[in-house]
Write a protein that binds this ligand. Structure first.
Ligand code: SF4
Ligand code: SF4
Length: 160
């Protein structure tokens, strides 16, 4: 099992546990506010990028080319970013099964004492003291073990 697969499985188990413990957890399909307000274009390891690249190749040529064009353009944009991998019509992630681990933890993990998430997630944190949040520092350390990270546009130029 690759390290990336095991990281994803651990995150998925935690996320599913948290969401099922509270049936109305705010993060759900079609909720894309956070994908519109990124502080930075996603930075991923080569392993994650290769999965994203393959997922893009499986899309229709037109959709994939538009996404690649947005990735290239993102190099010149400034925060807050809309993720170039977002389908802006449906509010869904174009490469959902290959999305970065950082996207999987968002809404469910703590970075130091701060919840990673939008104001709805901050409300959950304020209202429910019993939630056991994931530790983002641990995941970040595991991701560093996958090798150097780069932004999507950097991988697109360098790896194609
Ligand atoms: S963090 Fe907020 S905006 Fe993002 S999916 Fe969760 S509820 Fe929606
Ligand atoms: S990769 Fe997908 S889930 Fe992550 S920010 Fe972009 S659109 Fe959202």
């Amino acid at each position: 099992m690759s390290d990336l697969v095991s990281i994803r499985q651990a995150v998925e188990a935690r996320v599913e546990g948290m969401a099922s413990a509270r049936g109305d957890w705010p993060c759900r399909k079609g909720c894309d506010d956070c994908c519109h307000r990124l502080a930075a274009i996603p930075r991923v390891s080569r392993t994650e990028w290769e999965g994203i690249r393959e997922a893009l190749d499986e899309l229709s040529r037109e959709v994939a080319e538009a996404a690649r064009a947005r990735i290239r353009a993102s190099a010149e944009e400034s925060r807050p970013f809309t993720c170039p991998l977002l389908d802006r019509d449906s509010g869904t992630c174009l490469i959902y099964a290959a999305r970065p681990v950082e996207c999987r933890t968002y809404g469910f993990y703590l970075e130091r004492d701060r919840v990673l998430g939008c104001e709805r997630i901050e409300s959950v944190a304020e209202e429910q003291s019993g939630v056991v949040w994931g530790n983002h520092e641990t995941v970040a350390e595991e991701l560093r073990g996958l090798g150097p990270e780069a932004a999507l546009h950097e991988w697109l130029v360098g790896v194609g």
